[in-house]
Design a protein around this ligand. Structure first.
Ligand SMILES: [Zn+2]
Length: 205
């Protein structure tokens, strides 16, 4: 797909996720695969407000994280490259919601959390019933994105059926075959995290 079309789609997605409170201020980032061989990604520039992202705020990087022109990609680029490569993601959406932050912190010592029994699970590709058991792995947060990339690689290998990965006290990575599926997964998982968080709260946990 043409870069301009992908960048416009990503900018629209960012505004939509910002409106829902999932990408406030400069938090979160998004990417999509522009070409597979060689791998090239369009990714949001570092430090931009996600409520006013424009198509020109996306940069193209190669598999080594190098950009063709000026500008600096998001610091979290290594994780996007890993997901594009190992999870075969066509697009990656990274959100920083309140419930994702709280639950990833609370369940960090369990190494992940399970969501089961809710109709919204059917927003996830391949899921046909609310009885589906979704395991969302949680990895320890770090400012060393090389370390995080290695953790994401290990986690994807151990939990190939998961639709998202949480970074503890930080946020959610979700992905899909294209931008619309990645956004659907992000919205579905964020909804499910809020349901789980509110349920735990109501039960006094
Ligand atoms: Zn982040």
């Amino acid at each position: 797909m043409e870069l301009g079309v992908i960048a416009a789609e990503l900018a629209d997605a960012a505004r939509r996720l910002h409106q829902r409170g999932f990408m406030l201020a400069t938090s979160g980032n998004l990417s999509a695969v522009v070409s597979r061989e060689p791998l090239r990604l369009a990714i949001s520039s570092s430090g931009k407000d996600k409520g006013s992202l424009k198509p020109e705020d996306f940069l193209v990087v190669n598999e080594h994280g190098q950009t063709a022109g000026a500008g600096k990609p998001s610091d979290e680029l290594p994780l996007h490259l890993e997901l594009a490569d190992k999870a075969k993601a066509g697009a990656v959406v990274h959100t920083h919601s309140i419930w994702g932050t709280l639950l990833s912190d609370r369940h960090a010592t369990d190494g992940g959390l399970t969501i089961q029994g809710f109709e919204m699970l059917k927003a996830l590709s391949g899921v046909k019933t609310h009885e589906h058991r979704e395991w969302i792995p949680i990895i320890e947060n770090s400012q060393d994105y090389g370390v995080l990339r290695a953790q994401v690689k290990k986690t994807l290998a151990a939990h190939p059926a998961s639709h998202g990965i949480l970074l503890a006290g930080h946020g959610l990575y979700s992905w899909g075959k294209d931008v619309s599926e990645a956004v659907r997964h992000a919205e579905g998982l964020e909804f499910l995290l809020e349901v789980k968080g509110r349920k735990e709260q109501a039960e006094g946990r």
